[in-house]
Design a binder for this molecule. Structure first.
Ligand SMILES: Cc1cc2nc3c(=O)[nH]c(=O)nc-3n(C[C@H](O)[C@H](O)[C@H](O)COP(=O)(O)OP(=O)(O)OC[C@H]3O[C@@H](n4cnc5c(N)ncnc54)[C@H](O)[C@@H]3O)c2cc1C
Length: 462
C-alpha cells in the first residue's frame, strides 16, 4: 500500500505509458511526490506482457513516424550507453520488418518512401530475394481448401524496414521502473484503482449521494478538482493530479467521471508455433541489410503477409509467434472491469481459444505459406492482450482542467512510442504546450488531444 496519504501526482498503470510518464515527470522535477499504482504484481504485466513487443518507424502518418522514431532512438541510446542492456539479452534487436506486398500496396509503400526518405529507413525488396523465403507461395491458387472465391492477391515485391525489430519488454519496463524509483517515485503494486472522486474547492457543492459534481460546475473554472483515488481494498490516497495510463482498462475508470477517451479496447491473440517448417524459416539467411546482424548475417525478419498476418521470429526458443489484426471476430471491451470488481484479474490465457488458431489465423497464413497447414507446424500455446484503438490509429493525450490526464489509444503500437508519449504526458501535466522528444524536436501536446487533434489517420496498423 502507498506510504503516504497525499501525493502531487498519482499515475494509474505501470505499463509502458505509465512508466515512461512517471520517469519523465521525475526527471523534469526531482523531489515532487509521485506515486505509480498498478493492480498487477509488477511493472509491464498488462497488455505489454502479452505483446509482440516490436518496434518500427514505418508508419503512414508523419506523427506516428516521429513518435516511434524518437522512442526507438532513445532505446538505442540506452543500449549503447549501458552494457547490461546489451548482454546477455539486447534491449533492442533491429533485425528488420519485411512486408510482402501485392501490387497496389507495393506502389503505395513506394510512394510513402518517396514522401519522406529522410524519416523512414526502408528499402524495396525484389521478388528474386523473396523467392528464397522457405515455403513461400507468392501467387497462391486458393484461400483455403473448399473455398470457391477468387485467388488471394499475388505478392509482387516487398519492403524491408531497417530501423525495426524487437524490444525486450522486461528490460524496458525494468529500466523505467528502476530509474523512476531512483529519482524518488514510489510504486505500489497489487493496488487496483476502483474509482476517482472529485472535490469541490472553495465550498463548491457535490451531489451528496454520488459525490459527483452538478452539471453547471464544469463551467466554474479551477474550483472543481479531482481529489481522491480509491482502491478496491477500501484504501485511498489524495492527489492533486491523476494520470490515467491504465491501457485497455482506462475507460473503466474514466467513463464514470464523464471523461471520454474515444478508444475501443479489443482483444488480440498470439499463437506460438514450432516444427520443421518453422525451423526452415528461422534458418533463412536473406540477402537484406538489417541494423543488427547475427555473426555478420541477416536473419529472418518480422514478416507481414498481404492478409495482415504477422510472423515474429523468437530465435532462442525456435518458435514463431503468429498474429493477425482482428477488429471483427470479438466484441469491443475488456472482460475485466476494475471499477466494478475492485481488482484486475487479467489472465492472458483466457482471452484466446486454441480453436481460433484454425478459424481466424491459419486461413490468413496458409495460402502464402502452405506448409503451415501440415504437420510441419504445430501450435504450442496461445494468449491474448488488448489493443486500445483510437479512432485514427494515433495515440491520445487528453487533459481535463479538473486535474486528470489520460494517455492511451496505443492502437497496438504503444511500446514503440512509449518514450515520446511519456515525455509529452509529463509536459501536459506541467501545463506545457510542447514537449521535447528524444530526437530534440519540439512537439505540440495538443496535436494528440481530442479537442484540438491535428493528425492524419494511420493506414499501417499491424
Ligand atoms: C498481441 C499483442 C501484440 C502487440 N504487439 C505490439 C508490438 O509489437 N509493439 C508495440 O509497441 N505494441 C504492441 N502491442 C500493444 C502494446 O501492448 C500496448 O501498446 C501497450 O502495452 C500499451 O501500454 P499501456 O501502458 O497503455 O497499457 P498496458 O501495457 O496494458 O498497461 C496498463 C497497466 O495499467 C494497469 N491497470 C489497469 N487498470 C488499473 C486499475 N484500475 N488500477 C490499477 N492499475 C490498473 C494494468 O495492470 C497494466 O499494468 C501489442 C499488444 C498485443 C495484445
Amino acid at each position: 500500500m502507498p506510504s503516504k496519504d497525499r501525493y502531487e501526482i498519482v499515475v494509474v498503470g505501470a505499463g509502458p505509458l505509465g512508466l515512461a510518464t512517471a520517469y519523465h515527470l521525475a526527471r523534469q522535477r526531482p523531489g515532487r511526490s509521485l506515486l505509480v499504482v498498478d493492480a498487477l504484481a509488477g511493472p509491464g504485466e498488462g497488455s505489454m506482457g502479452a505483446s509482440n513487443s516490436m518496434v518500427r518507424d514505418v508508419f503512414s502518418s508523419r506523427d506516428n513516424r516521429k513518435l516511434a522514431g524518437a522512442s526507438i532512438g532513445f532505446y538505442r541510446h540506452l543500449m549503447e550507453s549501458d552494457e547490461a542492456l546489451r548482454e546477455p539479452v539486447p534491449l533492442l534487436d533491429l533485425y528488420g520488418y519485411l512486408w510482402l506486398l501485392p501490387e497496389p500496396e507495393r506502389a503505395e509503400y513506394a510512394r510513402l518512401l518517396g514522401e519522406g526518405p529522410a524519416s523512414i529507413d526502408a528499402r524495396p525488396v525484389d521478388l528474386e530475394t523473396l523467392a528464397g523465403l522457405p515455403g513461400l507461395a507468392t501467387a497462391p491458387p486458393r484461400w483455403f481448401e473448399g473455398d470457391r472465391g477468387g485467388r488471394p492477391p499475388a505478392i509482387t515485391g516487398g519492403l524491408f524496414g531497417r530501423c525495426c525489430g524487437a524490444v525486450a519488454p522486461e528490460l524496458l519496463a525494468r529500466y523505467y521502473h528502476d530509474e523512476a524509483q531512483r529519482l524518488g517515485v514510489e510504486f505500489s503494486f497489487g493496488s487496483c484503482v476502483q474509482k476517482l472522486s472529485f472535490e469541490g474547492r472553495e465550498e463548491i457543492l457535490l451531489h451528496e449521494e454520488t459525490q459527483r459534481p452538478f452539471a453547471f460546475q464544469e463551467h466554474v473554472r479551477d474550483r472543481l478538482r479531482i481529489s481522491e483515488v480509491r482502491f478496491g481494498d477500501g484504501g485511498s490516497v489524495r492527489a492533486d493530479q491523476v494520470v490515467v495510463a491504465a491501457g485497455a482498462w482506462s475507460g473503466r475508470i474514466l467513463d464514470a467521471l464523464g471523461f471520454a477517451t474515444a478508444c475501443s479496447p479489443r482483444p488480440q491473440g498470439t499463437y506460438s508455433v514450432a516444427g520443421p517448417a518453422v525451423d526452415a524459416l528461422l534458418d533463412w539467411r536473406p540477402d537484406l541489410e538489417p541494423i543488427a546482424r547475427d555473426h555478420g548475417r541477416a536473419r529472418l525478419p518480422f514478416v507481414i503477409l498481404p492478409t495482415g498476418a504477422t510472423l515474429k521470429p523468437v530465435f532462442r526458443q525456435r518458435r514463431l509467434w503468429l498474429g493477425c489484426l482482428d477488429t471483427v471476430s470479438r466484441p469491443i471491451g475488456t472482460l475485466e472491469d476494475p471499477s466494478r470488481e475492485g481488482r484486475l484479474e487479467f489472465q492472458m490465457g483466457r482471452l484466446v481459444e486454441r480453436s481460433s488458431y484454425a478459424t481466424d489465423l491459419l486461413p490468413a497464413i496458409s495460402p502464402y505459406l502452405p506448409r503451415f497447414e501440415t504437420a510441419e507446424v504445430r501450435l504450442d500455446r496461445c494468449w491474448g492482450g488488448y489493443y486500445n484503438f483510437s479512432p485514427d490509429g494515433l495515440p491520445i493525450i487528453a487533459n481535463e482542467p479538473y486535474g486528470v490526464v489520460f494517455v492511451g489509444g496505443d492502437s497496438g503500437s504503444g511500446i514503440m512510442k512509449a518514450d515520446s508519449l511519456g515525455r509529452l504526458t509529463a509536459a501536459a501535466c506541467d501545463g506545457a504546450s510542447e514537449g521535447t522528444l528524444f530526437s530534440g524536436e519540439s512537439y505540440p501536446v495538443e496535436r494528440l488531444s481530442l479537442v484540438r487533434r491535428d493528425v492524419e489517420p494511420e493506414r499501417i496498423i499491424l
